[in-house]
Every structure is written in structure tokens, then in C-alpha cells.
Write a protein that binds this ligand. Structure first.
Ligand SMILES: NC(=O)c1ccc[n+]([C@@H]2O[C@H](COP(=O)([O-])OP(=O)(O)OC[C@H]3O[C@@H](n4cnc5c(N)ncnc54)[C@H](OP(=O)(O)O)[C@@H]3O)[C@@H](O)[C@H]2O)c1
Length: 269
């Protein structure tokens, strides 16, 4: 296989893979999956001296890299901060990858990003996607649905005292382990030069999603479904957060995950 076009970085199929955000929720899982397959994995983030916002350590980390997977996230979800994070990161990362000869850039984005641009967070993700598509590096944008444990972030954002008000919009959340293993499949594939969607095995309404999470955590709060409630600053309906017909589906069911992680952790307290 031609090393410039194919997925193999060496005759053995082992690659040097740089994970931007490699210390995070998805990054650390992905580093384990790819490391177990024998690849050379660099988990890059500010805590290891690689900062895509300032550019510090980026060129050094990319030397001889075959694939870059960007699963970093903005430390602040404030509108201007998110836009600055993804814009500056893309402007440092993509030209550095071109210079280093990276053969495949993979970025984790969110299903429905283009449908929720009233939200500052999604404007930031859109800017990230556009910088990737405009670069000369072969790429795959992987849009994922909400991770199961994101129920905690939704409930925190939507809480007013002991009441949490969310829109009853359909969603199709997925486990972080499924996200990592499906990203690893993309690492082992040719660049799509476009977008693929990944999602959980079954749909659920957002109020149920949050209610079940809080019940498993032992939190005594009331979850109210209000169709006019915003989702991170954007109005949503039953199509906003749901992937298209060609999405790839993970295996882990929400009810099983709640039982095996959230409810167990609560019981152990
Ligand atoms: N949450 C969801 O439901 C969901 C759904 C779909 C897609 N996504 C996407 O999934 C991605 C990963 O999310 P996550 O929850 O795994 O993130 P996370 O756990 O919050 O981890 C964020 C990572 O970004 C790194 N980082 C922060 N600032 C950086 C910088 N200046 N330069 C380089 N790296 C930096 C952090 O490094 P340090 O540890 O060194 O600070 C950390 O490794 C995000 O892009 C998000 O948009 C999320």
C-alpha cells in the first residue's frame, strides 16, 4: 500500500497517531484502544506541553505523524471563548499538519451542528469543521450524538433550584466507549474527505434522558419538559439532535450503562 495514500504508516500497519485532547474523556479511551493495537500514540494536550490555541509544542508533536485525531474541547463554553478556541486551534493545527505530511486528520464534532447555529458552542464547532474542510489535509469529520454522561452537563445548565427544564426533543445518545471504538475504526480507514455520523442504538426524549440519569444518581430533582426551552442557546425539535439514515450505531444501551456505572457509583457512596 502506498504510504501517502493508504492507511498503513509502515509495512506492519503500525502508525504514529497524535491525539489532540488525548487526556480527555474520549481522548484517553481512544489512546488505550489504539495503544492496545500496537500503534505509537501521542496523547497531546496542554498538560503534556501541546497547546493548539497558542501553537506551543504542536509542530514538535506532529513530526512523523501519520494520523491526527482532534478530540480537544474548549475549557469554557462561553460563546466568544468557544469560537476563539476552535478558530485558533484550527489555524495552528491544519497548516502544521500540512507541513508535517499528516495523511489523515480526524475531528470529533456533534450531530446537528449546522442546525443549531443560534448556539455559540455550535458556531465554534462549525468554525472548526470549516477550517478542516478548507485545509489541504485529507480528513474525516466524525459527528457524534451526545455522550451518556453529558446528561450531567445538560442538567447543570438547565437547573433552577430543584427544577430542571429541558426541551423534550428526541436525541440518540451514546457511550464514550462506543465513541472511542468507532473513532478507532475511522483511524483504520481511508479519509472520507467529508462527514460521517455516529450515534447510540436507540432514541430517547431529552427530559427522559436527564430524568433517568438523575434518578440513577439519587438526585431528587424535578425534570420538566418544555418545548420552548433552549438547548445551549438554540431551539431544538425532534430532528435537531438525531442523525441521518447513514449513521453508524454503537452497541451500549443507556439503561445498561446507567445500571453499570451511575447507579453502581451511587450505591458505593
Ligand atoms: N459531550 C458530548 O456529549 C459530545 C458529543 C459529541 C461531540 N463532542 C465533542 O467531543 C470532543 C471531546 O469532548 P470530551 O468531553 O472528551 O472533552 P474533555 O474530556 O473535556 O477533554 C478536553 C481535552 O481537550 C484538551 N485541551 C484543552 N485545551 C486545549 C488546548 N489549548 N490545546 C490542546 N488541547 C486542549 C484537554 O487537555 P488537558 O487535560 O491538558 O487540559 C483535554 O484533553 C469535543 O470536541 C466535543 O465537541 C462532545
Amino acid at each position: 500500500m502506498n504510504a501517502k495514500n493508504g492507511m498503513s504508516g509502515s509495512p506492519t500497519g503500525k502508525m504514529k497517531i497524535v491525539i489532540i485532547g488525548g487526556s480527555g474523556r474520549i481522548g484517553s479511551r481512544l489512546a488505550k484502544v489504539l495503544g492496545d493495537k500496537g500503534h505509537e500514540v501521542i496523547a497531546a494536550s496542554p498538560s503534556s506541553g501541546v497547546n493548539t490555541v497558542t501553537g506551543e509544542g504542536v509542530a514538535e508533536a506532529l513530526v512523523d505523524a501519520d494520523v491526527v485525531v482532534d478530540v480537544a474541547n474548549s475549557p469554557s463554553f462561553e460563546d466568544a471563548a468557544v469560537l476563539e478556541f476552535f478558530t485558533k486551534s484550527g489555524k495552528h493545527l491544519m497548516p502544521a499538519e500540512k507541513t508535517a505530511g499528516v495523511r489523515h486528520h480526524i475531528a470529533l464534532s456533534v450531530v446537528g451542528t449546522d442546525r443549531m447555529l443560534a448556539s455559540g458552542y455550535f458556531r465554534g464547532k462549525m468554525a472548526q469543521e470549516e477550517l478542516i474542510a478548507a485545509s489541504e489535509v485529507p480528513y474525516t469529520i466524525v459527528r457524534a450524538t451526545q455522550f451518556f454522561d453529558f446528561a450531567a452537563a445538560i442538567s447543570k445548565t438547565a437547573a433552577q433550584g430543584k427544577t430542571i427544564t429541558v426541551p423534550p426533543a428526541l436525541m440518540q445518545p451514546m457511550s464514550s466507549d462506543d465513541v472511542a471504538s468507532m473513532l478507532a475504526d475511522v483511524v483504520h480507514s481511508e479519509p472520507h474527505n467529508g462527514m460521517v455520523e455516529i450515534a447510540g442504538p436507540e432514541p430517547i426524549r431529552q427530559d427522559e434522558f436527564v430524568r433517568e440519569y438523575l434518578a440513577a444518581s439519587g438526585d431528587e430533582v424535578t425534570v420538566v419538559a418544555d418545548p420552548k426551552a433552549m438547548y445551549f442557546g438554540s431551539a431544538v425539535n425532534d430532528r435537531s439532535l438525531i442523525p441521518g439514515a447513514h449513521a453508524r450505531h454503537g452497541k451500549v444501551r443507556y439503561k445498561d450503562w446507567l445500571k453499570e456505572t451511575v447507579a453502581m457509583a451511587h450505591a458505593a457512596k
